[in-house]
Design a protein around this ligand. Sequence first.
Ligand code: AMP
Ligand code: GLY
Length: 421
Amino acid sequence: MNVLIVGSGAREHVLAWKIAQSTGVDNIFVAPGNAGTALVAENIDVSPIDFEALGSVAKERQVDLVVVGPEVPLSLGIVDYFDSLGFYTFGPTKAAAQIESSKVFARNLMHKYGIACPEGHIFSSHARALDYLQKQQMPVVIKADGLAAGKGTIIASSMSEADKALGDIMEARVFGAAGDRVIIDEYLRGVEVSLLAFIDGKTVVPMIPACDYKKVGDGDEGLNTGGMGSYSPPGFFSPDMVHEAVDAILLPAVKAMADAGICYKGVLYAGLMVVDGQVVVIEFNARFGDPETQVILPLLKTDLVEILTAVIRGDLDRVKIEWDKGACVGVVMASGGYPGRYETGFPVKGLQDVGRDALVFHAGTKRGKNGEIHTSGGRVLTVVSRGENLTEAREKVYRSAPLISFEGCHYRKDIALRETQ
Ligand code: AMP
Ligand code: GLY
C-alpha cells in the first residue's frame, strides 16, 4: 500500500512515523513534509491546497490511501476532490468540516442537539454586536466565525479590548470573510482537555484524551501559540468522563450531522472545558490536533492504517482499538520570538544525541544543501517521551529536550507539571 499524507507539521511527522509501522505499507509520501518526515517518508514539494497537483502526485505514485492533516485543505474540500478521483481518503468532506470551519455552524448544531456549550450569541451586524457587548461583564470571549489560523478567538479583559477586537474582526476585517459573523461568549473558567475520536459516519471510538498548552510561557503566561506542549492521559479526565462525553457530545454531534444529510468520517476533535465538574464544548475541530497527536499516537497499539481504512469503509465497529497503559509528554521547541516575529535558518544541533528516551517529531525544519537540518518555522519540533506514568514521561522528556539546541530556542518547562506535583 502507498500512502500520501498532506501537511508539514509535527502532527504529519507522527502520522508518517505511525503509518510506517503498519503492516502492508510500502511507500509513504508527505506533501510538502519537513526534514523529519523525510526520515520516514518521501517528501513531495506540493502545497496542501494545490488539489490538482496533489491529485497528479497520487496518480503517479499509485497512492492507495490519502490522509489529510490540516484544516485549511479540509475546509476547501480536499476530501471531496480526492473522492471524485476515486481515492480512499481519510478526513471529513467540505460539508462535514464546517464543524470546524464555521463556529456559527457548530454552535447552532450544539444548540439544536442540546450539547453543552458556553452561553453565547451570534451576530452578523457590528452595531448589534457592539450594543450587546456593552451590556456584558468582562472578561468576554469574541470569536470570528471562520478559520483564522488559530487567531480568531479573543479573550477581552476590558471593554476597550473587546471593542477593538470586535472592530478588528467586523469592520477592519482582519480575518476577511471569516469575520462576517461573530460569537460573543461568556468567559468560562475551567480546565481544558482535547477529546479526539475516530468516526466512520456512525460509530464513534474515542482516543485517549490529551491536554495541550496554548500559551507561550510557563504558568500560562504570554501570548497564544499553535501549542507549546501536550500530555496524555490527563488524570483529571477519567475513562468514565470519556464515555460520558462520547454519549453527551460526540454521538449527538455525529447524529446532528447525519440528520443534516452529512456523513461525518475522519477525526472529530472536541475541545472541552471542565467547569465545576460539568463538561462544556469550547470548539470542534475536524482533524487530528497538534500537538495532541504527538502524544496520542505513540500510545496507540492498534495498526493505524487498519483504523483509517475502516473509517473510510464505514466498518469501524469491527476494529478493536487498544491503547498502551503508559503516558506521554510532548514539549514543543520554538524559534526565538515565536509566536511573534522570528528568524529561521539556524542549524538544529544535538538531534543525534537524543537516544531511546525520546521521539523527535519535526515541524519547522528543512534539510540544507550539505545535509544539515536547520529551522524553517516558528514551532520547530516536538520532543515526546513515553513512560509508565506522566512523572516518568516528564522526567525523560526534560532530560532529552536540553540535548537539542538552535539559536534562540525556547520551550516550556511546565508541561504536565500539574499532574505530577
Ligand atoms: P477556540 O478558538 O474556540 O478554540 O478558542 C481558543 C481558546 O480560547 C480555547 O482553547 C480556550 O482556551 C479559550 N476559550 C474559548 N472560548 C472560551 C470561553 N467561552 N471561555 C473561556 N475561554 C475560552
Ligand atoms: N491543539 C489545538 C489544535 O490542534 O487546534
